[in-house]
Design a protein around this ligand. Structure first.
Ligand code: AMP
Ligand code: GLY
Length: 422
């Protein structure tokens, strides 16, 4: 099977590595990719937002399966352009990608499907937002209705800060605060049905102890040994299947990855948000411990015949991913800082250095974004994987590098949830 992965970040690099490990996959192509992906796939200089160009590339290379990684091209309809040329594509249509593209839409679908989630009010004026904040009380949760590259959500105890954020957005969703450990469950969906992957946790705040600004994710791990063993099955039954059924009822079936961000509250798992793609970095450790072939699973989902393939299986191993971010992240990012030590870290057994925001300039590997690299290590348990990940990360340096020192040191939620309540 020839595969083509669209996107340029750590998620796409992790997908490429997993596909390269699948004996059923003969060729891995990527567009536009990055310097790390270049070692594991054939790169093509195509704009991921240009559906016609992506579809043309897929036809040219004779791709059997295209995987569209990030949300922006999915919300822009790139998967529709690819399937429009008769090529199988893993990733939702423009209509189904609204589950991530509009928070208000996803809330509407959850309500219709009876999915457990935070109570919410959609507001279009400052007065409505103020009334909604007072209705739910502190801590306040304010979400930009539209895609905002991870910057749309403010969780704060400060009413003025919550109001100020609402004022910078158009339509906002004001929500009830959900208390409890936060987990990511990835469901591979074929429109009618789904298989869940192993749950993971993603540490979202920039500083240790869950302090500082929200980021795209500073590290992740799996398995969640402290969580209920039937968590993925519960989420399939109470969240994913009702959502798929509701999307079918609306005439816009969902094919692709439904990424369910949940809080494990005292009243059971409740949805914090839906995304329509794999999470980054949370999918990275999940893919490293996947035992069954990824290509076959995604192809079956994209072709609407998931029931024909067995549920994915995972090795007993654990995996931890530590993100290395550039100076200024998440408010800004520093570009052009020379990176050293990637080869040495990548050479360590059971370690992969995953590239996100890197570039080659004058023959040197340099920073080119906020989250620059992720060091991913497999171990026999979470503590072992964590020690291996940090030992390998110690080999890498660049000016202004930021990383957390407490990824997977204890379950997230207790700590980060407490920080949000400050
Ligand atoms: P999102 O961009 O939707 O992933 O939200 C960013 C982060 O804000 C989430 O990962 C949570 O940590 C937090 N968050 C979002 N919604 C809620 C909520 N209703 N209750 C508590 N925390 C939330
Ligand atoms: N790690 C969070 C996300 O992918 O949205």
């Amino acid at each position: 099977m020839k595969t083509l992965v669209i996107g340029t970040g750590g998620r796409e690099h992790a997908l490429v590595l997993a596909l390269a490990n699948d004996p059923g996959v003969t060729e891995v192509h990527a567009a536009p990719g990055n310097p790390g992906i270049a070692a594991d796939a054939t790169l093509h200089a195509v704009d991921p937002m240009d559906g016609a160009a992506v579809a043309e590339l897929a036809v040219e290379i004779g791709a059997d399966l295209v995987i569209v990684g990030p949300e922006a091209p999915l919300v822009a309809g790139v998967a529709d352009a690819v399937t429009g040329r008769g090529i199988t594509c893993f990733g939702p249509t423009l209509a189904a990608a609204r589950l991530e593209g509009s928070k208000a839409f996803s809330k509407e679908v959850m309500a219709a499907a009876g999915v457990p989630t935070a109570g919410s009010l959609t507001c279009t004026t400052p007065d409505e937002a103020a009334a909604a904040l007072d209705a739910f009380g502190a801590p306040y949760v304010v979400k930009d209705d539209a895609l905002a590259a991870g910057k749309g959500v403010v969780v704060t105890g400060d009413r003025d800060e919550a109001l100020a954020h609402a004022a910078t957005c158009g339509t906002v969703v004001v929500e009830e605060f959900l208390d409890g450990p936060e987990v990511s469950v990835f469901a591979v969906c074929d429109g009618a049905t789904a298989h869940a992957l192993r749950p993971a946790q993603d540490f979202k705040r920039i500083f240790d102890g869950g302090r500082g600004a929200n980021t795209g994710g500073m590290g992740s791990y799996t398995p969640l040994t402290w969580a209920p063993g039937d968590l993925a099955a519960t989420v399939l039954e109470t969240v994913v299947q009702p959502t798929l059924d509701e999307m079918v009822r609306r005439g816009t079936p969902f094919r692709g990855c439904l990424y369910v961000g949940l809080a494990l509250t005292e009243a059971g798992p409740k949805v914090i948000e839906f995304n329509v793609r794999f999470g980054d970095p949370d999918i990275q450790p999940v893919l490293a411990t996947l035992e069954s072939p990824l290509g076959e699973l995604l192809l079956a989902a994209a072709q609407g015949r998931l029931a024909e393939v067995p549920a994915p299986t995972f090795r007993d191993d654990a995996c931890v991913t530590v993100v290395l971010a550039s100076a200024g992240y998440p408010e800004s990012s520093s570009k052009g800082d020379v990176i050293t030590g990637v080869g040495a870290a990548n050479g360590v057994n059971d370690v992969d250095v995953i590239h996100a925001g890197t570039a080659i300039v004058d023959g040197s590997l340099v920073t080119a974004g906020g989250r620059v690299l992720a060091v991913r290590a497999v171990g026999y348990d979470v503590d072992d994987a964590r020690a291996r990940a940090y030992a390998a990360a110690d080999l890498i340096t660049f000016e202004g590098m930021q990383r957390r020192s407490d990824i997977a040191a204890e379950p997230l939620g207790v700590v980060e949830g407490a920080a949000a309540r400050d």
